[in-house]
Design a protein around this ligand. Structure first.
Ligand code: PRX
Length: 565
């Protein structure tokens, strides 16, 4: 805790660069999927952020409010985040791939009055339709009073008078003055909330603060990626997730780095899109997920080999364990055996890297290696005893660290319950992952121990998928599990029980898949739906997803004596 200290992350991410040589350096290089490009120096970014900060104030935003941002990957997403932080409002960014219900429930939970969105973005050559999804979400959750809309695709969308305003109109009005004071914040004031999936159906809004998050993200970035002032850094994530918040937006900007943002799909129009970007912008460090690597690897090496990737110096991986085959391809074909791979283990909750190599660390493919400076990490059994080396157990963090989430918005009990209860006596943080530590002290992450799935590196709760299924009138009960998948890490398998008188059919299966797609988003769409008469449950009514999984995979279902039926 940094109690009593004063700071604003924007004073570090922008303001201090305006009085140094960094002022005219590029802060952001953005490329749209259609190939359009925009760049912002720190000076230019400051103007946009200040102007939009004043627009938000004119719409009634004040210190302490939560402003929801639901955007494609365009510069205005970053401008909106920084503008919120600058005026002391917390941002709540909702991933642009989420759909109506996911957006509506996050707006309601945060009691947000202002929504910043866009008409859409481009993905695989087609415009996506964000504003119409936002319209339906605003209908379901009535807290939004003003909605600012960036025109990106130019597609038609419904604008409600007195509530919806075009970004460019507001930014050209006298209210959008380029002079905006950076609000002085207490170090423990909320910088943002970011929703993530847990074991309940309701997403948790984790709270990160101005002080600790500034310190932790900027330090981890500086050391793990050996950041040098001339580097061009590309974190190919979406700013809508913690990876993007920490390592596209805040950490690079605090370090005065040039950060890259790309709008679209890695394989559009061809699977060389990313390699073309590395060549074109002379990117030195690439940070991405195993899913993205596996997705590009399947097109073969020739797409990468036709590009000059000699600017690359370091590579990074995040989000799920990287399998040795993908590691090898990334190392040999993309890094040309020259670039160490920083396999960084961390979470939305941790704010920044927790277990990670440094560029000098000897690597073992598939291991995130050792704790970052200051962290004490262990793998323990249920009682807290360290397991023997090579044995599986619960991953715990034994010390506090600056970037840790401070609470869950509106639900401090759940925060204690979920992360701090099991090892209360010892005061340790329970990460929710199982892991092993080998004899050399290297940490090997195995996967989640709770009902959280990692689909293409995206974090989803079984319960969220189940509640989306049950919101369909034909379904009375559902159980969602993750099945191993070579490409995506996990794919979703759902078992559903239908309402009386309704029988299963391929049509209904497809309808339920699109229902989940429309409620949560394409990432949550089940790959399989099977109809059943009952679900395995304990006598207290808890669905035994472990048993369904074993059954589907043809494995031993284990002890069934605790089952109700
Ligand atoms: O299971 C771990 C996995 O991702 C989870 C956290 O997900 P999220 O909050 O969405 O944050 C992802 C980006 C930081 C963890 O509990 N995970 C993350 N990084 C790794 C990983 N699993 C293995 N290796 C990693 N490097």
């Amino acid at each position: 805790m940094y109690t009593g200290c004063k700071i604003n992350i924007v004073a570090n991410a922008i303001d201090r660069h305006l009085v140094s040589d960094t002022r005219n350096k590029l802060a952001l290089i953005w490329e749209g999927e259609p190939g359009d490009m925009r760049t912002f120096s720190f000076f230019a970014l400051n103007r946009e952020v200040s102007k939009f900060g004043n627009v938000l104030k004119a719409l009634g935003a004040k210190k302490g409010d939560v402003i929801t941002i639901y955007m494609p990957q365009i510069p205005e997403l970053i401008i909106a985040m920084l503008a919120c932080a600058k005026i002391g409002a917390a941002h709540s960014v909702i991933y642009g791939g989420f759909s109506v219900e996911a957006l509506a429930e996050r707006i309601s939970d945060a009691k947000s009055n202002i929504l910043v969105t866009a008409d859409g973005g481009f993905r695989r050559g087609k415009p996506t339709d964000l504003k119409n999804i936002a319209n339906e979400a605003m209908r379901r959750s009535a807290t939004i009073l003003s909605c600012v809309v960036v025109k990106r695709t130019g597609e038609e969308c419904f604008m409600e008078s007195d509530r919806d305003f075009w970004y460019h109109d507001l930014m050209s009005m006298p209210i959008a003055s380029a002079k905006c004071e950076t609000e002085v914040m207490d170090a423990e004031d909320t910088l943002f909330i970011l929703y993530t999936s847990g074991t309940t159906g309701k997403p948790k809004g984790l709270v990160h603060t101005h002080g600790g998050y500034t310190v932790y993200t900027s330090t981890t970035f500086r050391y793990v990626f050996d950041y040098q002032p001339e580097d061009r850094w590309w974190c190919a994530a979406d700013p809508g997730w913690i990876t993007g918040h920490s390592y596209i937006v805040y950490a690079p900007m605090i370090n005065g780095a040039t950060t890259i943002l790309y709008e679209g799909a890695p394989n559009y129009p061809y699977p060389n899109r990313w390699w073309q970007m590395i060549e074109k912008y002379g990117i030195n460090i690439l940070y991405t997920s195993p899913t993205a690597i596996r997705g590009l690897m399947r097109f073969g090496s020739s797409w990468a080999e036709r590009h000059d990737l000699s600017s690359l110096r370091l590579l990074g991986s995040v989000g799920e364990p990287i399998n040795p085959e993908a590691w090898k391809w990334y190392y040999e074909v993309i890094g040309q055996k020259r670039c160490p791979i920083m396999d960084t283990w961390w979470q939305t909750e941790t704010g920044g890297f927790m277990i990670t190599p440094l560029p000098i660390t000897p690597l073992k493919p598939g291991s995130a290696t050792k704790p970052f400076f200051g962290n004490e990490i262990d793998v323990v059994d249920e009682s807290g005893k360290s397991v023997k080396s090579g044995e599986e157990g619960n991953l715990v963090i034994k010390n506090p660290w600056p970037g840790m989430a401070r609470t869950i918005m509106g639900d401090p009990e759940q925060y204690i319950d979920k992360y701090w209860k099991q090892y209360k006596k010892q005061g340790w943080y329970l990460a929710g992952d199982s892991a092993k530590i080998d004899e050399a002290g290297y940490v090997w992450i195995i996967g989640r121990i709770d009902d959280v799935l990692k689909v293409s590196g995206y974090r989803l709760g079984s319960a969220e998928i189940e509640s989306a299924l049950v919101s369909h009138p034909a379904v009375t009960e559902a159980a969602a599990i993750g099945l191993p998948d070579k490409l995506k890490g996990n794919i979703i398998h759902a078992t559903v029980i239908l309402a009386q008188g309704i029988s299963g059919s391929p049509e209904l299966e497809n309808e339920l898949k699109s229902h989940v797609n429309n409620e949560i988003g394409p990432i949550a769409k089940p790959a399989f739906i099977v109809f059943a008469d009952s679900l395995p449950k304990t006598r207290s009514g808890k669905i035994m997803r472990r048993i369904i999984k074993a059954k589907v995979l043809g494995e031993d279902v284990g002890d069934l004596t605790t089952l109700e039926d």
